[in-house]
Ligand binder design. Sequence first.
Ligand SMILES: *Cc1c(COP(=O)(O)O)cnc(C)c1O
Length: 438
Amino acid sequence: LLQDERLQELLRMHPRNLVVDLAREELDATRARLRAGTLDQPDLIAGVVDRARALVELPLRPVINATGVVIHTNLGRAPLSAAAIRAMAGVADGYSNLEFDLVEGTRGSRHDLVSPMLTRLTGADDAVVVNNCAAALLLILSTFARDGSVVVSRGELVEIGGGVRIPDVLAQSGARLVEVGTTNRTYAADFERAIDQQTRLLLRVHTSNFRVVGFVHSPSTNDLAELAASLGLLLVDDLGSGALLDTARFGLAREPMVQESVAAGADLVCFSGDKLLGGPQAGIIVGRRDPIGRLKREPMLRAIRPDKATLAALGATLGHYVQGEAERELPVWRMIGASAEEIGRRASSITTGLDGWDVLDGESAIGGGSLPGETLPTRLIAAPMHIPPRQLLARLRSRHPAVVGRVEHDRAVFDLRTVPPELDTTLGEALTEAACGS
Ligand SMILES: *Cc1c(COP(=O)(O)O)cnc(C)c1O
Protein backbone atom coordinates (compact mmCIF):
# COMPACT_ATOMS: atom_id res chain seq x y z
CA LEU A 1 0.00 0.00 0.00
CA LEU A 2 2.75 2.41 0.96
CA GLN A 3 4.16 2.23 -2.57
CA ASP A 4 1.09 3.97 -3.92
CA GLU A 5 1.76 7.47 -5.14
CA ARG A 6 -0.96 9.04 -2.99
CA LEU A 7 0.33 7.35 0.14
CA GLN A 8 3.86 8.44 -0.77
CA GLU A 9 2.47 11.98 -0.69
CA LEU A 10 0.96 11.32 2.75
CA LEU A 11 4.36 10.09 3.90
CA ARG A 12 5.87 13.44 2.97
CA MET A 13 3.31 15.23 5.20
CA HIS A 14 3.01 12.87 8.20
CA PRO A 15 5.28 10.64 10.30
CA ARG A 16 5.76 7.18 8.74
CA ASN A 17 4.47 5.26 11.77
CA LEU A 18 1.22 7.26 11.65
CA VAL A 19 0.61 6.46 7.96
CA VAL A 20 1.43 2.78 8.55
CA ASP A 21 -1.01 2.66 11.47
CA LEU A 22 -3.76 4.27 9.40
CA ALA A 23 -3.15 1.82 6.52
CA ARG A 24 -3.45 -1.12 8.94
CA GLU A 25 -6.64 0.30 10.44
CA GLU A 26 -8.13 0.77 6.98
CA LEU A 27 -7.17 -2.80 5.98
CA ASP A 28 -8.76 -4.23 9.13
CA ALA A 29 -11.92 -2.20 8.66
CA THR A 30 -12.16 -3.18 4.98
CA ARG A 31 -11.71 -6.90 5.79
CA ALA A 32 -14.44 -6.68 8.42
CA ARG A 33 -16.85 -4.97 6.04
CA LEU A 34 -16.10 -7.43 3.22
CA ARG A 35 -16.75 -10.33 5.58
CA ALA A 36 -19.98 -8.73 6.74
CA GLY A 37 -20.96 -8.22 3.10
CA THR A 38 -21.48 -4.48 3.57
CA LEU A 39 -18.86 -3.45 1.01
CA ASP A 40 -18.31 -4.52 -2.56
CA GLN A 41 -15.82 -2.03 -3.99
CA PRO A 42 -13.01 -1.39 -1.51
CA ASP A 43 -10.84 1.67 -2.12
CA LEU A 44 -8.06 1.24 0.37
CA ILE A 45 -5.97 4.21 -0.72
CA ALA A 46 -8.87 6.67 -0.52
CA GLY A 47 -9.74 5.19 2.87
CA VAL A 48 -6.25 5.84 4.24
CA VAL A 49 -6.20 9.38 2.82
CA ASP A 50 -9.59 10.09 4.44
CA ARG A 51 -8.36 8.75 7.77
CA ALA A 52 -5.30 11.01 7.65
CA ARG A 53 -7.40 14.04 6.75
CA ALA A 54 -9.93 13.37 9.52
CA LEU A 55 -7.13 13.06 12.06
CA VAL A 56 -5.36 16.32 11.33
CA GLU A 57 -8.46 18.38 10.67
CA LEU A 58 -9.35 20.70 13.55
CA PRO A 59 -12.05 18.82 15.41
CA LEU A 60 -14.06 21.91 16.31
CA ARG A 61 -15.15 23.54 13.06
CA PRO A 62 -16.97 26.81 12.46
CA VAL A 63 -20.63 26.44 11.49
CA ILE A 64 -22.98 28.94 9.86
CA ASN A 65 -26.10 28.55 11.98
CA ALA A 66 -29.01 29.11 9.60
CA THR A 67 -31.52 27.33 11.86
CA GLY A 68 -32.84 30.55 13.40
CA VAL A 69 -32.36 29.08 16.89
CA VAL A 70 -30.42 31.86 18.62
CA ILE A 71 -28.99 29.96 21.60
CA HIS A 72 -28.36 26.61 19.91
CA THR A 73 -26.75 24.32 22.50
CA ASN A 74 -25.55 21.81 19.88
CA LEU A 75 -23.92 24.62 17.89
CA GLY A 76 -22.09 26.18 20.84
CA ARG A 77 -24.72 28.57 22.27
CA ALA A 78 -23.88 32.29 22.37
CA PRO A 79 -21.48 33.76 19.78
CA LEU A 80 -19.16 36.22 21.55
CA SER A 81 -18.89 39.96 20.99
CA ALA A 82 -15.86 41.39 19.20
CA ALA A 83 -14.61 42.83 22.51
CA ALA A 84 -14.97 39.46 24.25
CA ILE A 85 -12.94 37.76 21.50
CA ARG A 86 -10.25 40.43 21.75
CA ALA A 87 -10.16 40.01 25.52
CA MET A 88 -9.72 36.24 25.19
CA ALA A 89 -6.95 36.57 22.62
CA GLY A 90 -5.31 39.29 24.73
CA VAL A 91 -4.70 36.93 27.64
CA ALA A 92 -4.23 33.72 25.64
CA ASP A 93 -0.83 34.44 24.13
CA GLY A 94 0.90 35.46 27.32
CA TYR A 95 0.62 35.90 31.05
CA SER A 96 -2.05 37.84 32.93
CA ASN A 97 -3.02 38.94 36.44
CA LEU A 98 -5.31 35.92 36.80
CA GLU A 99 -4.30 35.40 40.44
CA PHE A 100 -1.98 38.33 40.99
CA ASP A 101 -2.68 41.68 42.60
CA LEU A 102 -0.83 44.16 40.40
CA VAL A 103 -1.07 46.96 43.01
CA GLU A 104 0.32 45.01 45.94
CA GLY A 105 2.47 42.64 43.95
CA THR A 106 1.02 39.73 45.93
CA ARG A 107 -1.22 36.75 45.27
CA GLY A 108 -4.73 37.70 44.15
CA SER A 109 -7.92 35.76 43.48
CA ARG A 110 -9.44 34.96 40.10
CA HIS A 111 -12.81 35.07 41.84
CA ASP A 112 -12.48 38.81 42.46
CA LEU A 113 -11.98 39.75 38.79
CA VAL A 114 -15.58 40.06 37.60
CA SER A 115 -17.38 40.39 40.96
CA PRO A 116 -17.46 44.21 40.91
CA MET A 117 -19.33 44.19 37.58
CA LEU A 118 -21.68 41.40 38.64
CA THR A 119 -22.62 43.12 41.91
CA ARG A 120 -23.21 46.43 40.13
CA LEU A 121 -25.42 44.81 37.49
CA THR A 122 -27.46 42.56 39.79
CA GLY A 123 -27.56 44.39 43.11
CA ALA A 124 -26.09 41.36 44.92
CA ASP A 125 -23.36 41.68 47.60
CA ASP A 126 -20.87 39.37 45.94
CA ALA A 127 -20.41 36.82 43.16
CA VAL A 128 -18.43 33.74 42.20
CA VAL A 129 -17.99 32.18 38.75
CA VAL A 130 -17.61 28.48 37.85
CA ASN A 131 -17.58 26.48 34.61
CA ASN A 132 -21.31 26.24 33.95
CA CYS A 133 -24.63 26.58 35.71
CA ALA A 134 -24.95 22.85 36.41
CA ALA A 135 -21.63 23.03 38.29
CA ALA A 136 -22.86 26.14 40.11
CA LEU A 137 -25.91 24.26 41.34
CA LEU A 138 -23.84 21.25 42.38
CA LEU A 139 -21.43 23.51 44.31
CA ILE A 140 -24.28 25.27 46.11
CA LEU A 141 -26.08 22.07 47.03
CA SER A 142 -23.01 20.20 48.21
CA THR A 143 -21.78 23.19 50.23
CA PHE A 144 -25.02 23.88 52.04
CA ALA A 145 -27.14 20.74 51.93
CA ARG A 146 -24.77 17.76 51.84
CA ASP A 147 -25.94 16.56 55.26
CA GLY A 148 -29.57 17.55 54.97
CA SER A 149 -32.55 18.03 52.73
CA VAL A 150 -33.63 20.47 50.04
CA VAL A 151 -37.26 21.39 49.44
CA VAL A 152 -38.31 21.75 45.77
CA SER A 153 -41.68 22.13 44.07
CA ARG A 154 -42.82 19.05 42.11
CA GLY A 155 -43.44 21.33 39.15
CA GLU A 156 -39.76 22.32 39.05
CA LEU A 157 -38.01 18.94 39.07
CA VAL A 158 -36.82 19.52 35.54
CA GLU A 159 -34.42 17.86 33.14
CA ILE A 160 -32.19 20.65 31.93
CA GLY A 161 -30.92 18.83 28.85
CA GLY A 162 -28.02 16.53 28.09
CA GLY A 163 -29.57 14.17 30.65
CA VAL A 164 -28.95 16.54 33.60
CA ARG A 165 -31.91 16.30 35.97
CA ILE A 166 -32.47 18.26 39.15
CA PRO A 167 -33.14 15.13 41.29
CA ASP A 168 -29.87 13.62 40.03
CA VAL A 169 -27.87 16.78 40.74
CA LEU A 170 -29.34 16.73 44.25
CA ALA A 171 -28.44 13.07 44.74
CA GLN A 172 -24.90 13.75 43.47
CA SER A 173 -24.48 16.55 46.02
CA GLY A 174 -25.47 14.25 48.88
CA ALA A 175 -28.61 16.26 49.67
CA ARG A 176 -31.98 14.59 50.15
CA LEU A 177 -34.79 15.79 47.95
CA VAL A 178 -38.12 16.71 49.52
CA GLU A 179 -40.79 17.29 46.86
CA VAL A 180 -43.75 19.51 47.66
CA GLY A 181 -46.94 20.58 45.90
CA THR A 182 -48.15 19.11 42.62
CA THR A 183 -47.05 19.29 39.01
CA ASN A 184 -49.24 22.31 38.33
CA ARG A 185 -49.85 23.99 41.69
CA THR A 186 -47.51 24.64 44.60
CA TYR A 187 -47.91 27.20 47.41
CA ALA A 188 -45.54 28.71 49.97
CA ALA A 189 -47.57 26.80 52.58
CA ASP A 190 -46.49 23.51 50.96
CA PHE A 191 -42.87 24.50 51.53
CA GLU A 192 -43.62 25.57 55.11
CA ARG A 193 -45.23 22.22 56.00
CA ALA A 194 -42.31 20.25 54.56
CA ILE A 195 -39.59 22.11 56.49
CA ASP A 196 -38.05 20.22 59.42
CA GLN A 197 -34.75 19.89 61.33
CA GLN A 198 -33.08 18.38 58.27
CA THR A 199 -33.99 21.18 55.87
CA ARG A 200 -30.99 23.19 54.70
CA LEU A 201 -32.36 25.21 51.84
CA LEU A 202 -35.35 25.96 49.64
CA LEU A 203 -34.66 25.61 45.93
CA ARG A 204 -36.45 27.29 43.06
CA VAL A 205 -35.64 26.06 39.55
CA HIS A 206 -36.80 28.08 36.57
CA THR A 207 -38.81 25.81 34.26
CA SER A 208 -36.70 27.12 31.44
CA ASN A 209 -37.35 24.63 28.65
CA PHE A 210 -41.07 23.84 28.93
CA ARG A 211 -44.28 25.55 29.94
CA VAL A 212 -47.21 24.43 32.03
CA VAL A 213 -50.30 26.46 31.23
CA GLY A 214 -53.83 26.56 32.61
CA PHE A 215 -54.60 25.85 36.27
CA VAL A 216 -51.15 26.66 37.64
CA HIS A 217 -49.63 28.36 40.66
CA SER A 218 -46.16 28.75 42.08
CA PRO A 219 -45.11 30.82 45.08
CA SER A 220 -43.35 34.12 44.38
CA THR A 221 -39.64 34.52 45.10
CA ASN A 222 -40.68 37.14 47.67
CA ASP A 223 -42.90 34.70 49.58
CA LEU A 224 -40.28 31.97 49.61
CA ALA A 225 -37.52 34.42 50.60
CA GLU A 226 -39.59 35.59 53.58
CA LEU A 227 -40.30 32.03 54.62
CA ALA A 228 -36.64 31.03 54.29
CA ALA A 229 -35.43 34.09 56.20
CA SER A 230 -37.92 33.57 59.03
CA LEU A 231 -36.54 30.07 59.59
CA GLY A 232 -32.86 30.84 59.02
CA LEU A 233 -32.76 28.85 55.77
CA LEU A 234 -31.31 29.82 52.39
CA LEU A 235 -33.40 30.42 49.30
CA VAL A 236 -31.55 29.40 46.13
CA ASP A 237 -32.91 30.45 42.73
CA ASP A 238 -31.60 28.53 39.69
CA LEU A 239 -32.58 30.82 36.83
CA GLY A 240 -30.83 28.89 34.05
CA SER A 241 -30.70 31.59 31.43
CA GLY A 242 -30.88 34.56 33.74
CA ALA A 243 -31.49 37.59 31.59
CA LEU A 244 -30.05 40.98 32.53
CA LEU A 245 -32.17 42.69 29.85
CA ASP A 246 -35.96 42.56 29.71
CA THR A 247 -36.97 40.13 26.95
CA ALA A 248 -40.44 41.75 26.83
CA ARG A 249 -38.82 44.69 25.03
CA PHE A 250 -38.34 42.38 22.05
CA GLY A 251 -41.95 41.25 21.89
CA LEU A 252 -41.18 38.05 23.80
CA ALA A 253 -42.53 36.68 27.06
CA ARG A 254 -40.67 37.84 30.13
CA GLU A 255 -37.68 35.67 31.06
CA PRO A 256 -36.98 36.05 34.82
CA MET A 257 -34.25 38.62 35.40
CA VAL A 258 -31.32 38.16 37.76
CA GLN A 259 -31.64 41.58 39.39
CA GLU A 260 -35.33 40.91 40.18
CA SER A 261 -34.54 37.63 41.90
CA VAL A 262 -31.86 39.34 44.00
CA ALA A 263 -34.24 42.19 44.86
CA ALA A 264 -36.97 39.70 45.80
CA GLY A 265 -34.66 38.27 48.45
CA ALA A 266 -33.11 35.10 47.00
CA ASP A 267 -29.91 34.41 48.96
CA LEU A 268 -28.13 32.81 46.01
CA VAL A 269 -29.03 33.10 42.31
CA CYS A 270 -27.28 31.05 39.63
CA PHE A 271 -27.38 31.35 35.84
CA SER A 272 -25.40 30.48 32.70
CA GLY A 273 -22.86 32.71 30.99
CA ASP A 274 -23.62 31.48 27.48
CA LYS A 275 -27.41 31.68 27.28
CA LEU A 276 -29.18 35.05 27.27
CA LEU A 277 -26.20 36.73 28.92
CA GLY A 278 -24.45 36.27 25.56
CA GLY A 279 -21.00 35.40 26.89
CA PRO A 280 -18.69 32.39 27.29
CA GLN A 281 -19.69 29.11 28.91
CA ALA A 282 -19.77 29.83 32.63
CA GLY A 283 -21.94 29.38 35.71
CA ILE A 284 -22.45 32.60 37.62
CA ILE A 285 -23.57 32.71 41.26
CA VAL A 286 -24.56 36.03 42.82
CA GLY A 287 -25.98 36.61 46.28
CA ARG A 288 -25.46 37.56 49.89
CA ARG A 289 -21.96 38.06 51.25
CA ASP A 290 -21.90 35.17 53.73
CA PRO A 291 -23.07 32.29 51.57
CA ILE A 292 -20.91 33.48 48.63
CA GLY A 293 -17.95 33.66 51.03
CA ARG A 294 -18.57 30.06 52.04
CA LEU A 295 -18.73 28.95 48.41
CA LYS A 296 -15.36 30.62 47.80
CA ARG A 297 -13.81 28.58 50.63
CA GLU A 298 -15.30 25.27 49.48
CA PRO A 299 -12.62 22.87 48.17
CA MET A 300 -14.90 21.73 45.33
CA LEU A 301 -14.66 25.22 43.81
CA ARG A 302 -11.05 24.42 42.87
CA ALA A 303 -12.28 21.63 40.59
CA ILE A 304 -14.78 23.76 38.69
CA ARG A 305 -13.06 27.16 38.55
CA PRO A 306 -13.07 29.05 35.23
CA ASP A 307 -9.91 29.58 33.17
CA LYS A 308 -8.33 32.88 32.16
CA ALA A 309 -9.85 33.00 28.67
CA THR A 310 -13.36 32.49 30.08
CA LEU A 311 -12.89 35.21 32.69
CA ALA A 312 -11.51 37.59 30.07
CA ALA A 313 -14.50 37.03 27.76
CA LEU A 314 -16.97 37.21 30.64
CA GLY A 315 -15.43 40.48 31.83
CA ALA A 316 -15.82 42.00 28.35
CA THR A 317 -19.39 40.68 28.03
CA LEU A 318 -20.42 42.14 31.40
CA GLY A 319 -18.69 45.37 30.40
CA HIS A 320 -21.24 45.79 27.59
CA TYR A 321 -24.06 45.70 30.15
CA VAL A 322 -22.27 48.14 32.45
CA GLN A 323 -21.83 50.53 29.49
CA GLY A 324 -25.47 50.16 28.43
CA GLU A 325 -24.45 48.82 25.01
CA ALA A 326 -25.40 45.13 25.39
CA GLU A 327 -28.15 45.27 22.73
CA ARG A 328 -25.78 46.75 20.20
CA GLU A 329 -22.60 44.80 20.97
CA LEU A 330 -23.74 41.32 21.97
CA PRO A 331 -24.59 39.04 19.01
CA VAL A 332 -27.35 37.27 20.98
CA TRP A 333 -29.28 40.50 21.55
CA ARG A 334 -28.57 41.82 18.05
CA MET A 335 -30.05 38.61 16.61
CA ILE A 336 -33.07 38.73 18.92
CA GLY A 337 -33.57 42.40 18.05
CA ALA A 338 -33.40 41.95 14.24
CA SER A 339 -36.74 42.66 12.55
CA ALA A 340 -38.43 40.33 10.06
CA GLU A 341 -38.24 43.13 7.44
CA GLU A 342 -34.48 43.47 7.85
CA ILE A 343 -34.02 39.68 7.65
CA GLY A 344 -36.35 39.56 4.63
CA ARG A 345 -34.30 42.18 2.76
CA ARG A 346 -31.10 40.20 3.33
CA ALA A 347 -32.85 36.97 2.27
CA SER A 348 -34.14 38.56 -0.94
CA SER A 349 -30.73 39.86 -1.91
CA ILE A 350 -29.45 36.27 -1.71
CA THR A 351 -32.32 34.67 -3.65
CA THR A 352 -32.74 37.35 -6.34
CA GLY A 353 -31.92 35.77 -9.69
CA LEU A 354 -31.94 32.22 -8.30
CA ASP A 355 -34.42 29.89 -9.95
CA GLY A 356 -36.96 28.27 -7.65
CA TRP A 357 -35.70 29.85 -4.43
CA ASP A 358 -38.30 31.68 -2.32
CA VAL A 359 -38.47 33.92 0.71
CA LEU A 360 -41.24 32.79 3.06
CA ASP A 361 -42.67 33.90 6.41
CA GLY A 362 -41.45 31.82 9.32
CA GLU A 363 -40.52 31.79 12.99
CA SER A 364 -37.19 31.87 14.83
CA ALA A 365 -36.79 30.30 18.28
CA ILE A 366 -34.66 31.50 21.18
CA GLY A 367 -33.53 28.01 22.27
CA GLY A 368 -30.96 27.04 24.90
CA GLY A 369 -33.59 26.50 27.55
CA SER A 370 -34.93 30.03 27.31
CA LEU A 371 -38.46 31.14 26.53
CA PRO A 372 -39.97 27.80 25.45
CA GLY A 373 -42.67 28.12 22.83
CA GLU A 374 -41.81 31.76 22.23
CA THR A 375 -40.89 32.68 18.68
CA LEU A 376 -39.91 35.76 16.72
CA PRO A 377 -41.40 36.41 13.27
CA THR A 378 -38.78 35.98 10.57
CA ARG A 379 -38.32 35.48 6.81
CA LEU A 380 -36.88 32.19 5.59
CA ILE A 381 -34.89 31.37 2.47
CA ALA A 382 -36.56 28.24 1.04
CA ALA A 383 -34.74 25.94 -1.40
CA PRO A 384 -36.47 24.95 -4.67
CA MET A 385 -39.26 22.39 -4.17
CA HIS A 386 -37.65 19.81 -6.47
CA ILE A 387 -34.45 19.55 -4.40
CA PRO A 388 -34.65 16.75 -1.78
CA PRO A 389 -34.09 18.73 1.45
CA ARG A 390 -32.12 16.13 3.39
CA GLN A 391 -29.56 15.68 0.59
CA LEU A 392 -29.10 19.41 0.24
CA LEU A 393 -28.64 19.86 3.98
CA ALA A 394 -26.12 16.99 4.12
CA ARG A 395 -24.08 18.58 1.32
CA LEU A 396 -24.13 21.93 3.16
CA ARG A 397 -22.96 20.31 6.39
CA SER A 398 -19.88 18.90 4.66
CA ARG A 399 -18.63 22.34 3.59
CA HIS A 400 -16.07 24.60 5.27
CA PRO A 401 -17.56 26.42 7.06
CA ALA A 402 -20.37 23.93 7.49
CA VAL A 403 -23.90 25.29 6.99
CA VAL A 404 -26.76 24.01 9.14
CA GLY A 405 -30.35 24.68 8.10
CA ARG A 406 -33.62 22.87 8.75
CA VAL A 407 -36.55 21.27 6.95
CA GLU A 408 -39.99 22.83 6.88
CA HIS A 409 -42.90 21.58 4.74
CA ASP A 410 -40.50 19.29 2.83
CA ARG A 411 -38.21 22.12 1.82
CA ALA A 412 -34.78 23.02 3.13
CA VAL A 413 -35.06 26.45 4.81
CA PHE A 414 -32.48 28.92 6.10
CA ASP A 415 -33.08 31.67 8.66
CA LEU A 416 -30.69 34.63 8.47
CA ARG A 417 -31.59 35.80 11.99
CA THR A 418 -28.73 33.68 13.36
CA VAL A 419 -26.30 34.43 10.51
CA PRO A 420 -24.03 37.46 10.94
CA PRO A 421 -24.73 39.78 7.95
CA GLU A 422 -21.05 39.69 6.93
CA LEU A 423 -21.53 35.96 6.15
CA ASP A 424 -24.52 36.49 3.81
CA THR A 425 -22.33 36.26 0.69
CA THR A 426 -20.59 33.10 1.90
CA LEU A 427 -23.95 31.55 2.70
CA GLY A 428 -25.40 32.55 -0.67
CA GLU A 429 -22.49 30.89 -2.49
CA ALA A 430 -22.81 27.76 -0.34
CA LEU A 431 -26.54 27.51 -1.14
CA THR A 432 -26.11 27.88 -4.89
CA GLU A 433 -23.17 25.49 -5.10
CA ALA A 434 -24.87 22.84 -2.99
CA ALA A 435 -28.06 23.19 -5.05
CA CYS A 436 -26.10 22.82 -8.31
CA GLY A 437 -24.86 19.44 -7.16
CA SER A 438 -28.44 18.26 -6.65
C1 LIG B 1 -29.49 25.61 31.24
C2 LIG B 1 -29.86 25.46 32.67
C3 LIG B 1 -28.95 24.98 33.60
C4 LIG B 1 -27.59 24.50 33.19
O1 LIG B 1 -26.78 25.50 32.75
P1 LIG B 1 -25.38 25.13 32.01
O2 LIG B 1 -24.66 26.42 32.03
O3 LIG B 1 -25.74 24.60 30.68
O4 LIG B 1 -24.73 24.09 32.87
C5 LIG B 1 -29.34 24.87 34.93
N1 LIG B 1 -30.57 25.21 35.30
C6 LIG B 1 -31.48 25.68 34.44
C7 LIG B 1 -32.84 26.05 34.94
C8 LIG B 1 -31.17 25.83 33.09
O5 LIG B 1 -32.06 26.30 32.21
